[in-house]
Design a protein around this ligand. Structure first.
Ligand SMILES: [Fe+2]
Ligand SMILES: [Fe+2]
Length: 409
């Protein structure tokens, strides 16, 4: 089915050129072009749309207010803000309500990639209320001590990039939000942002201070207090999986971008658990009870309750926020990578193996059946021969080794 995309631009001449430029995409998208906010809301009232791209500076209520209306009337619609004025502050305020920002003028290719990424894996998320909830998320809760440490560090007179990097790199909520901001602020670089340190260095310490102290793009743990799983354990698991994925990637001699990408993907791989456990604490309690009483994998128990797993949820959120394909893929398939076989090393392979080794060492937050290393998948990718080395570089504990042994065919 074709995607329905609504464009709202202020200038008739810009709108006319956009219509002409995007005409070749009419096989893929059903497109509407309007000049005013009221016309956009009328389109929305009459029919379902999948994506709205609005210029920020419109003549009526303004593009951001329009996107706010769209968020409240049709929360699942993918919201993209655009402007020829791409100041950092403009972008950050746009991301209060938009999933992504792209600077004007843009090419059809840029638009195609942006929209494809934002909707990637949406088909796996058939639970409409969950999809709407994810599309409405502005921030995720951070670990309280890290949040407080960051506020204190950024509020001090000698706030530094190093301090910001050290704290933010430990927190999956902060890193995911940072990637959203940086991918929009440095649009052309979105495929090459290699690490939290790189992202923070690009933004500069003044922007990071403003994000933390003034705009408050990172948040504390309020809604997380009722979570039925230990979020401290989840944090530790994310961090150790990220570190292990980085060590595995390092052993492949793939360069620093791939190595740090593996770290970020490992850190973020269970971000869907954070979304589910903090927004649906009661239903996630049912998942935890099922896992105590039945021998199930975490994903199967989640599917029974939510019709979706934490893989689906995390990947959809990060795709909406414009995070790179390699990270989204690793998040989406870290328990069952077989669907994504490809020759050679990948971020997904590193995260799958790192997660399996970490689960076996009893650091998982949910106590489902631990994920076994998928040797069939690794063999198909030509990577199975590396597993003993990867176990060694990760520094296998006896528990990890027994899990790896159990994975042998
Ligand atoms: Fe997981
Ligand atoms: Fe995990």
């Amino acid at each position: 089915m074709k995607k329905r995309v609504l464009f709202v631009l202020a200038e008739p001449s810009d709108l006319a050129s956009l219509r002409t430029m995007l005409a070749p995409l009419s096989d893929e998208w059903e497109m509407e072009f309007v000049l005013k906010e009221e016309e956009a809301l009328a389109v929305l009232a009459q029919s379902t749309i999948d994506v709205i791209l609005s210029e920020i500076h419109l003549t009526g209520m303004g593009g951001l207010q329009l996107l706010t209306e769209v968020k409240s009337r049709a929360p699942r619609v993918i919201r993209i803000a655009s402007s020829s004025c791409a100041h950092r502050a403009t972008i950050v305020s746009a991301l209060e309500v938009a999933h992504q920002f792209i600077p004007m003028p843009f090419t059809p290719e840029v638009l195609k990639v942006t929209i494809a990424r934002a909707g990637a894996l949406g088909a796996r998320l058939t639970n409409e209320s969950l999809r709407s909830l994810i599309a409405g998320i502005r921030t995720l809760p951070s670990l309280p001590q890290l949040y407080q440490e960051l506020v204190a560090a950024m509020g001090s007179s000698n706030a530094s990039v190093e301090a910001a990097t050290r704290i933010i790199s430990q927190d999956m909520a902060m890193v995911s939000k940072l990637l959203q901001v940086v991918n929009s602020a440095f649009f052309g670089l979105r495929r090459t942002i290699s690490s939290p340190a790189h992202a923070i260095a690009l933004l500069g310490i003044d922007s990071v201070k403003s994000l933390v102290l003034a705009v408050q793009v990172f948040s504390q743990f309020e809604q997380a207090k009722r979570s039925p799983i230990s979020l401290e354990v989840l944090w530790k698991h994310g961090l150790t999986t990220g570190t292990s994925a980085r060590d595995i990637a390092k052993s492949q001699d793939i360069g620093s971008i791939g190595v740090e990408g593996a770290f970020m993907a490992g850190l973020l791989h269970d971000i869907g658990l954070l979304v589910l456990a903090t927004n649906y604490s009661e239903q996630y309690g049912e998942v935890v009870t099922m896992l105590k009483n039945e021998r199930l994998s975490t994903c199967d128990a989640e599917r029974a309750v939510f019709k979706a797993s934490h893989e689906d949820v995390g990947a959809y959120l990060l795709g909406l926020w414009g995070v790179s394909d390699a990270i989204v893929e690793a998040v989406a398939f870290h328990h069952a990578p077989g669907e994504r076989c490809q020759e050679g090393f990948s971020t997904l392979a590193a995260v799958h193996v790192a997660n399996s080794l970490e689960e076996a060492s009893d650091s998982l937050a949910t106590s489902g059946i631990p994920t076994a290393i998928d040797l069939q998948y690794l063999t198909a990718c030509g990577l199975a021969k590396h597993v003993p080395l990867w176990q060694e570089v990760v520094g296998c504990s006896p528990a990890r080794e027994s899990a790896a042994a159990a994975a042998q065919p």
